[in-house]
Design a binder for this molecule. Structure first.
Ligand SMILES: [Zn+2]
Ligand SMILES: [Zn+2]
Length: 193
């Protein structure tokens, strides 16, 4: 399994969300016996658009470009994983323990993200963040997530289309995504005009 440092390198910074995503991968690997998905063997549906997702992309190879990562912005740290080869799946829902409820942290976070933190407060925030990341990484994944059954159906494999030319803008567009209007294909941006 790829390391947390690999995820940090891809993500650009280290943070609690990335650590939580990494732990979700750990648990999914353990429960479903997953390995890195070179193609579409593993599928992930997320219920958040947070930093967590980047750990999943790096560790399990469920990526935005391969058609095996589906991001729902529902504001829930919940992740469903599917194995195409044996039809097994799992949904991991983050427990309240996975959130840093330290009031000091909440106060500092507000100051830092509104640009009102002093230099000392900024340093304090980062020190506390790093402590929290270490805490998350050291916590057994079973304590961070509740294991449930996946509810969403496994999406179909990524589709590959032929291209056609949009009759309005003249640009190439995937055939399946260009509705035919009066016998001519029209791309979605042109349809919206
Ligand atoms: Zn982040
Ligand atoms: Zn067009």
């Amino acid at each position: 399994m790829k390391s947390f440092d690999d995820a940090v390198e891809f993500h650009g910074h280290t943070c609690g969300g990335l650590a939580l995503g990494y732990k979700a991968c750990e648990l999914a690997v353990e429960k479903l016996g997953l390995s890195f998905s070179e193609d579409e063997e593993v599928v992930c549906i997320t219920e958040t658009d947070s930093c967590t997702i980047d750990a999943i992309q790096v560790v399990l190879g469920c990526t935005a470009g391969k058609g095996n990562l589906f991001i729902n912005n529902w504001g829930k740290n919940a992740f469903s994983f599917y194995r195409r080869d044996n039809d097994t799946s799992i949904r991991l829902v983050a427990n309240p323990e996975s959130r840093n409820e330290d009031p000091k942290m909440t106060e500092l976070r507000q100051k830092v993200f509104s640009g009102k933190a002093t230099h000392e407060e900024d340093e304090q925030y980062h020190a506390l963040s790093h402590e929290w990341i270490d805490t998350i990484l050291a916590t057994p994944a079973e304590k961070l997530f509740t294991v449930k059954e996946a509810v969403e159906l496994l999406p179909g494999r990524a589709r590959i289309y032929n291209n056609v030319i949009c009759s309005v803008c003249g640009e190439q567009v995937a055939e399946g995504l260009a509705p035919v209007i009066d016998g001519k294909p029209v791309c979605i941006p042109c349809l919206r005009k």
